[in-house]
Design a protein around this ligand. Structure first.
Ligand SMILES: NC(=O)c1ccc[n+]([C@@H]2O[C@H](COP(=O)([O-])OP(=O)(O)OC[C@H]3O[C@@H](n4cnc5c(N)ncnc54)[C@H](O)[C@@H]3O)[C@@H](O)[C@H]2O)c1
Length: 273
């Protein structure tokens, strides 16, 4: 085995990627599978069908039947518990949780906040996107004395609010905060908790906000502003998320790393005047 394989091989890792049919989580799933992990993607199956995503992750990774899919709403505690057991029927007991569920809906002035929508966005990004799966997985791992690892997904809005997306800002700053707090609590049990803070990647939800014309690639005003604040001068490419995913998933490479969130943002957070 080469030195690089020894550092980064994910053989023996059984990963659950929530929201795994989504754009970024499916790119992360491909990376995990290519590095040797078993991967079970969990999705609600509403916007993005899970079976189609499994097929495309299998194709892209060449991992065949090391990739599985389960339809589950991660906002439902009982369903998450049942999906954990179901995952164990066709894969080894999970020892990596990637909390990939999340996304924004709506944009408004503060005084026009739609409180019901605000609750739904916080539910999606904080409860379904972190709290419920983490509670269930970590509880089982602690009882079973299973060493394990969690990767959360925060955002540029975890650090500085993005305008008009109040619930997303609130939830994603909490994701950053809970990554630190849960890392502290779980470390004595051999469970690491880290995060990735992606910059701007073109996904299903933000495409219309950022790209004005798909054919010419012309950007909206918001798209131009973002590129202007990204020193690398471009949006993220899905390949940009692979290395950091494999690094944080590998006990050999990052076994002494916990409580950190790594920005993958082309320097967006370094912006100054
Ligand atoms: N795309 C970006 O530029 C970007 C930037 C920063 C952070 N992020 C974060 O990355 C993560 C993935 O984002 P994406 O852009 O790939 O979005 P996406 O919409 O493509 O993926 C999210 C997936 O989660 C699923 N989902 C939502 N609620 C669910 C629930 N309750 N149960 C099960 N599945 C559920 C959706 O169906 C979807 O398939 C999110 O947390 C998002 O906030 C994305």
């Amino acid at each position: 085995m080469s030195y690089v394989d020894e550092l980064f091989s994910l053989k023996g890792v059984s990963a659950v990627v929530t929201g795994g049919a989504g754009v970024l989580p499916s790119a992360m799933s491909v990376a995990l599978a290519k590095a040797g992990a078993e991967v079970t993607i969990w999705g609600r199956g509403t916007s993005h069908p899970v079976t189609e995503a499994v097929e495309s992750i299998r194709d892209e990774s060449g991992a065949g039947d090391r990739v599985h899919g389960i339809t589950v709403d991660t906002n439902d505690e009982d369903a998450v518990s049942a999906a954990f057991e179901e995952t164990c029927l066709h894969a080894a007991m999970p020892n990596l949780l990637v909390n990939g569920v999340g996304g924004n809906q709506g944009k408004s002035e503060f005084v026009d906040i739609d409180v019901d929508l605000f609750r739904r966005v916080v539910d999606m990004n904080l409860l379904a996107g972190l709290v419920i799966p983490t509670k269930i997985f970590a509880g089982k791992w602690i009882r079973e004395k299973q060493r394990a690892s969690i990767i959360n997904i925060s955002s540029m809005s975890s650090y500085n609010p993005l305008s008009g997306v109040w619930a997303y800002d609130a939830a994603k700053s909490a994701v950053l905060n809970l990554t630190v707090g849960s890392a502290r609590e779980f470390a004595p049990h051999g469970i690491r908790v880290n995060g990735i803070a992606p910059g701007f990647f073109i996904g299903h939800q933000n495409r219309r906000l950022l790209i004005a014309d798909d054919e010419t690639g012309e950007l909206t005003e918001r798209g131009k502003q973002i590129i202007g604040k990204t020193p690398a001068g471009r949006f993220g490419d899905f390949a940009d998320i692979e290395g950091v995913t494999v690094y944080l998933a590998s006990e050999r490479a990052s076994g002494f790393v916990t409580g950190v969130t790594i920005p993958v943002d082309g320097g967006y957070l370094t912006d100054n005047v």
